[in-house]
Design a protein around this ligand. Structure first.
Ligand SMILES: [Zn+2]
Length: 193
């Protein structure tokens, strides 16, 4: 099984030495699939392909600078790494260990479930929770991200000043990474409805 491609549009590239092409793509079989049809943008020009990517934004295909895409990528990596680094801080691990013990030492699994639901950290039914449970540390590894650290700190009454500073750093990096590359010039092509 593969893909049927039809040229939807082809026009001169920015420097004039090649072309931009939009393909209308379809799976070449009739079985149900998540994405039976999509569009692809191609740059057939060595100059332009070195500088730009042809990307779909809603119904439009626009050019964006490769350098800007790489910059955004590196910001995302930085933000992700900061989150990983935060979760691995000895102070954070110590607080999570305290919380793991609190979860494990509840009188029953139903009580652990109630505690987590009350704190809006767990949304599954008690039955599902019971099946997936294999200790507090395991639950934390699967559910806790920088976003809910503050709540954990509150539950175990750990001092939060440092955490708030670290979270603000991660948040700042996330905000810096939550951008899209600016289109260069006019859209190359607009897909008709
Ligand atoms: Zn070109």
């Amino acid at each position: 099984m593969g893909t049927d491609r039809t040229t939807e549009f082809e026009g001169p590239c920015l420097c004039g030495e090649g072309t931009f092409r939009i393909d209308d793509c379809e799976v070449d079989h009739a079985w149900p699939t998540a994405t039976p049809q999509w569009y692809e943008g191609h740059i057939h020009c060595r100059n332009c392909a070195a500088k730009y990517e042809l990307v779909k934004r809603g119904k439009r295909f626009v050019l964006v600078k490769r350098s800007e895409l790489q910059e955004i990528d590196s910001k995302r990596t930085q933000a992700y790494d900061a989150g990983v680094h935060l979760m691995a801080r000895p102070e954070v691990l110590a607080t999570l260990n305290t919380f793991a013990a609190l979860l494990t030492n509840q009188p029953s699994m139903a009580a652990t479930h109630r505690l987590l639901v009350a704190e809006e950290l767990e949304y599954s039914s008690v039955g599902t929770f019971r099946k997936g449970w294999s200790g507090g540390a395991d639950w934390i590894r699967r559910h806790i991200k920088p976003d809910n650290l503050l709540r954990i700190y509150q539950i175990v009454n750990a001092p939060r000043d440092d955490l708030e500073t670290w979270l603000a750093d991660v948040e700042r990096l996330n905000a810096a990474a939550a951008v899209t590359a600016t289109p260069v010039g006019e859209p190359v092509y607009e897909i008709f409805p």
